[in-house]
Design a protein around this ligand. Structure first.
Ligand SMILES: [Zn+2]
Length: 237
């Protein structure tokens, strides 16, 4: 009852950032975790183009009907469709105080389009957090990962080992080392990431929107440093 009363209070304003927050960083840099935490701290939705595609297809919207056959054929959904979904999503009232994206944009073209859409929707300044990680540390994090076969619980043999090697603490299931988490595969992924992302980093840097975040520390320290950065940016607004 108390919560419902508070929600009707017209004086109460949601805490927000009033801007787009974008996380860039290689696989294993902890983007997803940090994006979730930022979303929670500032009461912002954590957006994903994958969710948008699913929602549009399930809802049978015009964009969903265009995307569906392409996805069924395993083809890439073109930027016009993806950007249309993004624009539709950030026009929803829950995005009024800003939103958090990780995994999008992926190309400079998408970044330019997203900036244009943000301006049109009165999001004045985008903040791009570039999560910088030492490649050797990243390799250790990724090759050390073990996943619980039944519950999906995640361990790391170096940083967060299970009590008994190869066994999940939570449910006693077998922990597996995915073939995707081996060194040659990861090296390939990191290289592909760099080739794809460098132009995006250069673009945002050129626009003065890029803030580098040292993502080497443990997750809590990284969250604290990101929060400080965002609070400072919001205070300067
Ligand atoms: Zn488990």
């Amino acid at each position: 009852m108390g919560a419902a009363t508070a929600d009707r209070n017209p004086v109460k304003r949601a805490v927000g950032l009033h801007r787009a927050v974008i996380l860039l960083g290689p696989p294993g840099a902890g983007k997803g975790t940090q994006a979730q935490r930022i979303a929670k701290r500032y009461h912002l939705p954590h957006l994903s183009t994958g969710d948008m595609l699913r929602d549009h297809i399930q809802g049978g919207t015009a964009l969903g009907r265009m995307a569906k056959p392409l996805m069924e054929r395993g083809e890439l959904v073109p930027d016009e469709i993806v950007l249309g979904m993004v624009e539709d999503r950030i026009s929803q009232p829950d995005c009024d105080n800003g939103f958090v994206f990780d995994g999008f944009p992926r190309t400079q073209g998408q970044a330019e389009d997203l900036e244009r859409i943000c301006r049109q929707h009165k999001f004045e300044y985008t903040i791009v957090l570039h999560m910088v990680v030492d490649p050797d540390l990243l390799m250790r994090r990724l090759t050390g990962r073990r996943i619980c076969k039944t519950g999906g619980h995640i361990y790391n043999i170096y940083d967060r080992p299970p009590k008994i090697a190869g066994i999940c603490d939570e449910d006693g299931s077998e922990l597996i080392h995915r073939p995707d988490d081996t060194e040659p595969v990861i090296r390939g992924r990191l290289h592909a990431y760099e080739v794809q992302t460098q132009p995006l980093v250069d673009y945002y840097k050129g626009q003065g929107l890029l803030i580098e975040v040292d993502a080497m520390a443990d997750a809590d320290a990284v969250t604290a440093s990101i929060a400080k950065t965002l609070d400072r940016a919001e205070a300067a607004r």
